[in-house]
Design a protein around this ligand. Sequence first.
Ligand SMILES: Cc1cc2c(cc1C)N(C[C@H](O)[C@H](O)[C@H](O)COP(=O)(O)OP(=O)(O)OC[C@H]1O[C@@H](n3cnc4c(N)ncnc43)[C@H](O)[C@@H]1O)c1[nH]c(=O)[nH]c(=O)c1N2
Ligand SMILES: O=C(O)Cc1ccc(O)cc1
Length: 494
Amino acid sequence: MGARTGKEYIDGIKKRKTEVWIHGEKVEDVTTHPAFKNVVESVAGLYDLQHEKPEKMLYTSPTSGKKVGLSFIAPKTKEDLFKRREMHTEWATFSGGMMGRSPDYLNTSIMAFGTASQFFAQEGGGSDQFAKNAAKYYEYARENDISLTHTLIHPQVNRSMLTQSEQKDPFLSARITRKTQDGIVVNGCRLLATLGGITDELVVFPSTINRTPGTIDDPFAFAFAIPNNTPGLKFLSRESFDYGKNKWDHPLGGRFDESDAIISFEDVLVPWERVFVCESTNICNRTYAETNAVIHMTHQVICKNVVKTEFILGVVISMMEAIGIDQFMHVKEKASEIMVILEVMRSHLYKSEHNAKIDQYGNMTPDFEPLNAARNWFPKMYQRMNEIIKILGASGLMALPTEADFSNTDVGPLVHRYTQGANMNGEEKVQLFRLAWDISISAFGNRQALYEYYFFGDPVRMSNAYYDGFDKKPYKDMVTNFLNKAKKEAGILS
Ligand SMILES: Cc1cc2c(cc1C)N(C[C@H](O)[C@H](O)[C@H](O)COP(=O)(O)OP(=O)(O)OC[C@H]1O[C@@H](n3cnc4c(N)ncnc43)[C@H](O)[C@@H]1O)c1[nH]c(=O)[nH]c(=O)c1N2
Ligand SMILES: O=C(O)Cc1ccc(O)cc1
């Protein structure tokens, strides 16, 4: 098949008839349901983009010779990494970085698992079969441009240091309940599938960050990929933040609300050929790090977040000019904070690509140090950027009539006049400030803030892992040497 168009993506999920529930109802067709149809259109727009800019978005498949999505390319040179950056940047620009799950995010992980497939053959009854499965799944996803969602974490029942087996209901978290000749049977619940219900397939991998260190919990330790319409699988979606308003009123929520779903498994049979890890806590704990999937994914994330920062900077500067506050010192200081965030993020990306090295799987792999620092830092900076929008926007973020008010013959002229800015008319100013509101205040905007804070894992546990993994010795030695020199110069002999 090769790289799909938007229409092919929509036809695919329409036919699939995944069991999706929202607002107390079973969804007949996600492509027409009000909660999903706009975001489905946006995802379709991303797939179309592949064909609008084929030179940036596609490459020739090494197996079929067809044109496939560049988000699947295994980078072998630094030029490949630069091309990957340009492709991620294109996907992100489509939504101003507001779609965390443009398909390149998970395509990148599947590329990493597939090219590092030997990792899955290591132990735990894995045998070569699991390695073959991972390699085959990569090829299948690439050649058919399969859209993916993923679910990594256990339900938030009791987060004290209990394993899943020790929870009051040890059968609540998704676990292997049976193994048959055909595959593994899974029952229980997993969180949290963004884009869940509007993709073709579900990838179930373990979160590293959420695991209780040093514990073994094998019935819960697995990895696999299955079609979303596998019998027994339900997507239980959160309330939609797409309120069905027009896209002028809700420029982000009306287009990019990706939805998040709880996943329910009821006697779900996962065929053996789709299993990558089976009952191995040890393999699960090492998967993201040792396949280098986390590095390639972070590369995508930082590309996306550079675009998101550019977009927010553009909004903030436009707001400042719109209400004539761009000459005030504290206002410029706040905008410059965003400029600094942008340059820091770009620099981390640059270093990661220019220091890239071939890894044990033959992939040109970015330097993780700057990427890891950026992924630990940006979640906090994103909250600050939202705060800056609110501080600078003030009442302008609430004095926001709708498009219907503007086109009403009674009040239209009034709102047009009363909402004008220093350098733009009322309609232009309200459109700009509605965008700022949708970034920082609306349900959509607040979900974005929560997403940026948490999607890669709990920042507290991430920063602790960062601290523990950091090579601290050179810095301690530096200080010891400095103090020893001072001691010597003071004539103190030890
Ligand atoms: C909008 C959005 C979208 C997504 C996701 C989240 C959000 C908010 N996620 C889930 C994401 O991976 C998850 O939020 C983080 O890993 C954090 O886990 P919990 O939400 O369970 O927080 P958790 O319940 O673990 O933490 C809650 C609070 O308790 C503290 N805490 C808990 N346990 C602790 C411990 N052991 N030590 C110290 N502090 C502890 C935390 O610091 C935090 O403040 C997801 N996942 C996924 O698989 N696929 C997806 O598509 C998405 N999408
Ligand atoms: O759990 C991990 O180690 C990394 C990770 C976190 C979130 C995600 O979506 C994918 C991988």
